[in-house]
Design a protein around this ligand. Structure first.
Ligand code: ZN
Length: 302
């Protein structure tokens, strides 16, 4: 009797729960929207040429927010090395003078030199940028860049992300009619059950498109950076040597192709240093602190 009663209660609870459980279940297991057939190159082209709804002021505001957050976190410690900062700033102004700035002006760009507190100085140095022209460079780059051409490439690459408004274009990608429903669905579903093939396929395709878009943006910035450094009279071979040292994977992607297109044996490139003595001094100053190992694949990190 007691056991029957307990069973009845359990059964009753199961019946009560059953409709709710299956409602929640069918809600999260709603079939994914159609998976786009296009590859990332299609979305890259589409977002590259899109007239963005936001003005460049929105880029600047977004970048300022990221910058404030990063500096307030205390993880990026600004350099006290006035000479290095001055040197990089002067180099950045030269770089910007030859770049097609579009809706931006040289004054929009800000350089932050420093080090990441949470990072081992033996790790490969990083540089990154926020929308609207905030460029962050870790001090270790002076140690890694055997040639000023590498620093020029780095600055032009980061500036190009802002000029080309890459973050805003990634936001635009999320608003595409094929993508927006998948994003909304993903926010509801959060994660797929291992056996849910349709869900896994949609998650996978979305991740693949986002990674592909990002990689194509990286190639776009590298092409712009290489063109900038060549226009300034730097040897493309010097940039190649830097890639080979730090980013073995990147060599295969863009630089090798670009240099093959651009090396003209009859033309010859000037070995152009802004201030050779200052450069060498800075390079040596940081070489003791930062021994940069080669980095596997920048595309996986960014
Ligand atoms: Zn980049």
């Amino acid at each position: 009797m007691k056991a029957q009663f307990a069973c009845a209660i359990v059964f009753g609870i199961m019946i009560m729960l059953a409709p709710r459980a299956s409602a929640t279940h069918s809600e999260t297991r709603k079939a994914p929207p159609p998976i786009p057939q296009e590859d990332s190159a299609v979305f890259f082209e589409r977002t590259r040429s899109a007239a963005l709804p936001q003005s460049v002021g929105a880029d600047t505001a977004l970048g300022a927010m990221h910058t404030d957050e990063l500096l307030a976190s205390g993880d990026f410690m600004l350099s006290q090395d006035a000479e290095a900062e001055h040197y990089l700033n002067a180099l950045l102004r030269q770089v910007l003078a030859v770049m097609p700035l579009g809706a931006f002006v040289s004054g929009d760009f800000r350089l932050y030199l420093g080090r990441t507190r949470s990072k081992n100085p033996r790790e490969t140095p990083a540089a990154w940028s926020f929308p609207g022209g905030a460029i962050f460079v870790e001090e270790g780059f002076f140690a890694a860049a055997d040639d000023e051409a590498a620093l020029v490439h780095l600055l032009a690459h980061e500036a190009a992300h802002s000029i080309l408004r890459h973050q805003m274009r990634r936001i635009e990608f999320l608003r595409q009619p094929e993508i927006a429903p998948i994003i909304a669905w993903r926010q509801a579903v959060r994660s797929c059950a291992p056996a849910d093939d349709a869900c896994n396929a949609a998650f996978g395709k979305l991740a693949e498109l986002q990674a592909g878009l990002r990689e194509l943006q990286e190639q776009e910035t590298d092409i712009m950076a290489m063109e900038t450094s060549i226009a300034m009279g730097y040897r493309p071979q010097a940039t190649m040597a830097f890639f080979k040292k730090l980013y073995p994977e990147k060599l295969r992607h863009t630089a090798a192709w670009l240099v093959r297109q651009r090396i003209d044996p009859n033309k010859g490139y000037a070995f152009h240093l802004m201030d050779a003595a200052a450069y060498r001094r800075l390079h040596l100053r940081y070489a003791d602190t930062y021994a940069a190992p080669p980095m596997p694949n920048p595309f996986l990190r960014k």
